[in-house]
Ligand binder design. Sequence first.
Ligand SMILES: *Cc1c(COP(=O)(O)O)cnc(C)c1O
Ligand code: SF4
Length: 354
Amino acid sequence: MECSSDWKWQIANRITTREQLEALIELTPEERAAFDGGTPLPFAVTPYYAALLGNAALRRTVIPTDAERHTGAGELADPLGEEQHRATEHLIHTYPDKALFLATTHCSTHCRYCTRSRLVGKNSGASPPFAESFQYLEKHTEIRDVLVSGGDPLTLPDATLDALLSNLRKIPHIRTVRIGSKVPAVLPMRITEALCALLRKHRVWLSLHFTHPAELTPETRSACRRLSDHGIAMVSQTVLLKGVNDDSQTLADLFYGLLETNVKPYYLLQCDPVRGSAHFRTPVEKGIGLIRSLHGRISGLAVPQYVIDAPGGGGKVPILGTEQIHREGNEIIVVNYEGKAFRYPDTEARAKGS
Ligand SMILES: *Cc1c(COP(=O)(O)O)cnc(C)c1O
Ligand code: SF4
């Protein structure tokens, strides 16, 4: 099985049907029903990731269940209102100075809670040519930061990525280019020396998607080390998922593991109310409690910002846990990770009437 270390082999040999999956693992009746009933997001995992599915948490993130065919209250196909902010075939322009570039609708492995399940695995555009999107970016001089996402841009061939990044780097007002990807977790063999050199050449930041410490296999850790050795700056995004990572120890293990491989935990995202996500979503109170339990207990570098991506396209809003702070006269009372209260003497900023 020499070829299993080749990323193109991994993509060509993806597991996409119930029969292929059942040859590897035994499905529950609920999982089988989901396959037979059909789901909005097609099923796909790389052979590499399939080998990790003995882990119950990872299994829950990629194997369909009957629950996702149920649309819960307030759930939408496009929860972030991205289509309302679509500027060109490939660009979502929600914030004033940053734009989201949807470079592909392809992913090597499909996450059941995917916010873009309306697009992923479908041949609905979002592939080259990108000319119209480059023109839009050139014209909109207020855009400083481009986040290249999809789908997963690192499933594109090197030559396509090189051309895309060269074109972005040619636009003088664009200061930062990021790529959002889950490839190091689901297809680590994609992180070749050639790809690292290409990302280095274009001074790209990576925003990596990780869900659970079981994803930090030796292969994934060495993929991250290769990137880090090439000077690529990396942050991570984690979606808070019920029954997957919604406990303090799992998150602490994940965030420490990421730091060890030079990936800075950036966002812990409240799960978006995408259609069929109710079984994945935790109460917001839970997320606030989890982040509070981490602040102070573990390395500050390991603690991400907990955010809700405002439904309808309001952008990401940091959730600070306001019950941790209240005022008594001129003192601010702050509550730490142990639930203990401490007093901070405030300045006179809150003058009456201002
Ligand atoms: C998340 C996101 C960005 C990047 O946001 P940051 O908070 O800067 O990481 C840009 N555009 C859209 C539409 C996004 O959803
Ligand atoms: S990697 Fe991202 S875009 Fe792809 S299926 Fe998972 S959440 Fe969706």
